[in-house]
Design a protein around this ligand. Structure first.
Ligand code: ADP
Ligand code: ZN
Length: 351
C-alpha cells in the first residue's frame, strides 16, 4: 500500500493507494458509534456495493449517476434523509464514487450541522488522481458548474486502483488528461514517464497504476498544501481548463468527458503559448505531438469564437473581467497569463 500525506495543519490527512484496498475496508474506514452514511451512485453500487456490506454502522444513500445529481434538490434530499435518520455532528460520510458523488457527498458533509467528517473512496481515474484530493466540494446551479460549494477536506482518501478495469474508455481517457497535466505543470520526468507508458496506462496495467496515481496525488497534495484556497500556486492546476471548460459549456456538458476537454484545452493553450512566444518551440512540439497521438478529435472549428470567449468570461478564476490562462513555459513549468476579451478573441480565432 502506498501512502501520501496532505499537509494542511489541523486538516491534514492521508491518501492510501493500492490494488485491492477495498477488501480491507472494514479496517481502513473511519468508524464512529453514530449513524454513518455511504453516498454512492446506482452504477457503482451495482458493481462494487458488496465491498461496503461489512460496514454495518453505515446507512447507504444511492443517487442517480450523472452530473444532473449535483443539484440543490438532490443535496436537500440527502440532507433530509440524514436528519431523519438521526445523523449527528459526529456522524461520518463515505463518498463512494466518481467526481459527481465526491463533490456532492463532500458538499453535504461540509454543510450538514456546519460540517462533519467525510472519507473519499474515488472510483473513477479522474476522481482518484484529481477531484478526491484537495477539498473542493460543490454542486451546480443554473448551468454554472460548481458555482455553489465549500472547501471541506476529507479525513482520509482510500484509492483502490483495482476498480478502474470496469471504467468506460471515455472515462479512463478523461483521467489520463489530468495525469498528463500534472507532468506538464510540475514534473517533466513524470510527463516523459506517462508518454512512454501511455499504452499501459490506457489498459490500467496493475503494475504501474498505483505508482501513476500516487505520483499525481503527491503533486496535487504538494500544490494544495502550499495554497489550499487557490490564492496563487494552486491556479497552475487549471492548465488546459480555461479552454476546456468553455468546450464543455458550449457543448452543453454532453459531448466531452471533463478530462477530454482538458486534453483539447491543453493542446490549444500550448499553441497560444507558442504564438505569444513564451514557450520553447521544441518543447511545445513535444507536448502537441503527444496530445495529438491520444486519439481525441482536436477539431474545434465548429464552435463560434465569440461564444467560446463568453464561456471563458464566466469562469470563477477571472479577475476584473480579465481571463486567466495557465500556459507552458518550459519543462515542468507553467505561468499565468491574464487576457482581456479582445486578446482572447485574437488568439482563439487564430488557433
Ligand atoms: P467523474 O469522476 O469523471 O466526475 P462521474 O462521477 O460522473 O465521473 O462517473 C462517471 C460514470 O462512471 C458514472 O456513470 C459512474 O456511475 C461510472 N463509474 C464510476 N466509477 C466506475 C467504475 N469503477 N467502473 C465503472 N463505472 C464507474
Ligand atoms: Zn480538471
Amino acid at each position: 500500500m502506498e501512502k501520501v500525506r496532505v499537509n494542511l495543519k489541523e486538516n491534514s490527512y492521508n491518501i492510501l493507494i493500492g490494488k485491492g484496498l477495498l477488501g480491507d475496508l472494514e479496517n481502513l474506514a473511519e468508524h464512529s458509534p453514530e449513524q454513518n452514511f455511504i453516498i454512492t451512485d446506482k452504477n457503482i453500487n451495482a458493481l462494487y456495493g458488496n465491498y461496503l456490506d461489512a460496514l454495518d454502522s453505515y446507512e447507504r444513500i444511492v443517487i442517480e449517476p450523472g452530473e444532473q445529481s449535483k443539484s440543490i434538490d438532490v443535496t436537500a434530499n440527502i440532507l433530509k434523509q440524514m436528519l431523519e435518520k438521526g445523523a449527528s455532528r459526529r456522524s461520518k460520510v463515505i463518498a463512494f464514487g466518481g467526481g459527481v458523488v465526491g463533490d456532492l457527498a463532500g458538499f453535504c458533509s461540509a454543510i450538514y450541522m456546519r460540517g462533519i467528517p467525510f472519507v473519499q473512496i474515488p472510483t473513477t481515474l479522474l476522481a482518484q488522481v484529481d477531484s478526491s484530493v484537495g477539498g473542493k466540494t460543490g454542486i451546480n446551479l443554473l448551468h454554472y458548474k460548481n458555482s455553489i460549494g465549500a472547501f471541506h477536506q476529507p479525513v482520509k482518501v482510500i484509492i483502490d486502483t483495482g476498480l478502474l478495469h470496469t471504467l468506460p474508455y471515455k472515462e479512463l481517457l478523461s483521467g489520463i488528461g489530468e495525469i498528463i497535466k500534472y507532468g506538464i505543470i510540475y514534473d517533466y520526468e513524470f510527463f516523459k514517464y506517462v508518454a512512454r507508458n501511455i499504452e499501459k496506462i490506457k489498459k490500467c496495467d496493475e503494475d504501474i497504476m498505483p505508482y501513476v496515481v500516487k505520483r499525481c496525488c503527491e503533486i496535487k497534495a504538494e500544490i494544495v498544501s502550499r495554497d489550499e484556497k487557490e490564492e496563487g500556486l494552486r491556479k497552475i492546476l487549471n492548465f488546459g481548463h480555461t479552454i476546456g471548460h468553455a468546450l464543455e459549456g458550449i457543448t452543453d456538458f454532453s459531448k466531452y468527458a471533463h478530462g477530454e476537454a482538458v486534453i483539447i484545452g491543453m493542446y490549444y493553450e500550448t499553441i497560444m503559448a507558442k504564438k505569444m512566444g513564451i514557450v520553447d518551440e521544441e518543447y511545445a512540439a513535444e507536448i502537441l505531438n503527444f496530445l495529438d497521438g491520444l486519439g481525441i478529435d482536436l477539431n474545434i472549428d465548429d464552435y463560434p469564437v465569440l461564444e467560446l470567449a463568453d464561456w471563458m468570461l464566466k469562469d470563477k478564476k477571472n479577475v476584473g473581467g480579465k481571463i486567466s490562462f495557465i500556459l507552458p513555459v518550459k519543462e515542468g513549468m507553467v505561468k499565468e497569463q491574464m487576457l482581456e476579451k479582445s486578446g482572447v478573441l485574437y488568439y482563439i480565432s487564430s488557433l
